[in-house]
Design a protein around this ligand. Sequence first.
Ligand SMILES: [Zn+2]
Length: 248
Amino acid sequence: MAIVRDIAVVLRRFEYSETSQVLVLFTRAHGKVRTLAKGMKRSTRQRFAAAVDVLDVGAVALLEQRSAADGLSTLTEWKQQRFCGGLRERLDRIHAGQYAAEVTAMLTEDWDAHPALFDALAELLSRLNDSMGVLDLVVGYQCTLLSEVGLWPRFDACVLCGRRSELTTFSALEGGAVCRHCEPSQIEKRSVPGAVIASLAAWSAAAGPPFDRPPDVRAFDVLDYHLSHAAGRPPSTGRLLRAHFEHR
Ligand SMILES: [Zn+2]
């Protein structure tokens, strides 16, 4: 069995037994890896175990066990690299981080590496730690995630007829914008203002900061709708995060 060394963000954490937990890690060079962390539970007085939590970033060593029946590799080392204290001081930032972690776990496969996506997630957590606008950061991350996993929709023209104007609707199934003329034939759809579709059409992975204006919350909604459709369920943290945007 190979020892894998990498840097990782903790995406999810489950209790496994009295003394162990399952950590779903997103590693930079190996993608998502599910690991069993023995003796790493927090708040056990008897041992000085490392307390590892969702959104923590650390250097890891793990015993690779891809073929194990439970799919769990064994985490043998965890060295905390960054503690995002500022992130945990405000509920909207916590929910934004949790949402990013959840959608990353939903849309990536085990052992499928996405170094650029890892960097985007680490950058997001770092920026959430400061005072950046949460909606901008989350929409930027949704864009990067969908692009990285090959699910970036077409926003510049109608996916059905190629028309570049009168784009009024979005279809997750068709993978993009649908014009007013094609819309009646679509069953799965949601209406999206043309200005929101245009702002998303202007986004590209290479262009750096995605928007020249703060994105509309409806950009968050259509991207959340699309990734929920792709994953087969909405992220459970989506509603919590969305509630912060209502009060803007
Ligand atoms: Zn059309």
